[in-house]
Ligand binder design. Structure first.
Ligand code: TXA
Ligand code: MG
Length: 385
């Protein structure tokens, strides 16, 4: 395929060619360099070269502790617009700014409420994004014209080193084509963006596998815009007060665009249609299994290849069905379910299935973020039992 060769020979020993899984859907005319680095101790040469690409207006996909991001220099309108173009992202869905020191927050926000500073000091670097009133320095291309800006300090050594080396904030959405599951390993980024961006930094699997928790600090009480890798109870405990959790943050529908612009688009979606089976009582999993099996049989009777997203506790119960089963992990270990979720959604695609039935989970702790992603991935097709 034209333009899909990886570089390697002339980029030094840290440049490693990777070819697997390229999608032929688009013209991928650009020369993409894939650098493989140690996640804890990234090669400074790679960081320097990547920072130079960013400063020159290029795009660099890099790992964070949540998911891989697609970075552009936040002050460069052309580079930022290219992020939207490459991801095929609607221009009114703003980007998160990534910083490496709390002080940078004061340059990006008009006002930093005390509670916002408290959260930044407690949870940064880490998977928490704060939405604040924006300073005039933040260009409109980043915020999609909104008067608010989203900022976070990632905990990944590669992300931190990159922001530091660039010397100013990096605007970065997740490094996937809009609507697809977020990338939790470099191979996912390669599938979506190879030949469309200058650099992909491969540091292996991300730690959390789910994006950051987003809190709007301009409201009183603060509002959860997106549940994520940091459970909202931890935020509430740090603040000593409640955070408002609107229905859209649970993945139960869309919000007004101005409030949470990302919610109106189908997200995290595998290619096949998907339904989530939600129970009022996960203590009795036999009801979940019965409902999932019934739905799977119904779809198989229509001649469709069905994939069931199950858990360790329920997997054996589907062995009699002709469906493909993919296991998310144990219900007792939600952290590992969160970590695997996007990868499993991509795996479901790879099976070539035509319909997906997913089991729901309890909405506690990380379960809130997992259910948000599952509901959105299903396009809100929910069966309640
Ligand atoms: O963990 C993460 O947050 C990852 C890594 C790469 O940092 N980033 C990420 O970015 O998930 P993205 O663009 O895929 O999701 C950002 C979400 C979108 O839903 C967007 O609408 C919302 O943040 N957002 C960004 N700026 C906002 C703003 N000013 N007001 C409200 N929501 C905002
Ligand atoms: Mg995203």
């Amino acid at each position: 395929m034209e333009g899909c060769e990886s570089d390697g020979g002339d980029e030094g020993s840290w440049a490693k060619p990777i070819f697997k899984g390229l999608s032929p859907m688009r013209t991928r005319a650009m020369r993409t360099v894939v650098y493989k680095v140690d996640p804890e101790h990234p090669n400074p040469e790679v960081i320097r070269a990547s920072a130079q690409v960013l400063r020159g207006g290029g795009l660099v996909a890099f790992p964070t502790e949540t998911v891989y991001g697609l970075g552009a220099l936040a002050s460069d309108p052309r580079a930022v617009l290219r992020v939207f173009e490459v991801k095929r992202r609607p221009p009114d869905n703003p980007l998160i700014l990534h910083i490496c020191e709390v002080d940078q927050l004061f340059e990006l926000a008009n006002r930093v409420p005390e509670d916002a500073l408290k959260l930044a000091e407690k949870f940064w670097p880490g998977p928490l994004t704060l939405v604040l009133s924006k300073s005039p320095r933040v260009i409109k291309e980043v915020t999609g014209g909104l008067e608010k800006v989203a900022v976070r300090m990632p905990a990944h050594p590669v992300a931190l080193a990159l922001v530091k080396e660039v010397g100013e904030p990096i605007a970065a959405p997740s490094a996937n084509i809009s609507g697809r599951p977020s990338p939790t390993e470099a191979q996912h980024v390669i599938e979506d963006l190879y030949g469309l961006v200058e650099v992909i930094i491969d540091a292996g699997e991300t730690v959390h596998g789910l994006e950051s928790t987003i809190i709007d600090m301009t409201t009183d009480p603060p509002t959860l815009l997106r549940p994520g890798a940091l459970p909202v109870d931890a935020v509430e405990a740090a603040l000593g007060r409640r955070v408002a959790i609107p229905g859209f943050a649970r993945g139960l529908g869309e919000a007004e665009a101005a409030l949470a612009p990302g919610t109106k688009y189908r997200h995290y979606a595998p290619r096949a249609p998907m339904v989530v089976v939600e129970s009022s009582d996960y203590g009795d999993l036999s009801r979940v299994v019965a409902a999932v099996s019934e739905l799977a049989r119904e779809k198989m009777a229509e001649g469709l290849r069905v994939c069931i997203l199950c858990t360790e506790e329920t997997k054996p119960a589907y062995s009699g069905l002709q469906a493909i089963t993919l296991c998310l992990g144990s219900r007792g270990e939600v952290f590992s379910i969160a970590r695997r979720l996007f990868k499993v959604l991509r795996e479901a695609d790879a099976t070539g299935c035509e319909f997906i039935v997913a089991e729901g989970l309890e909405e506690r702790g990380l379960g809130l973020a997992i259910m948000n992603r599952l509901r959105k991935a299903s396009g809100f097709r929910i069966v309640r039992i």
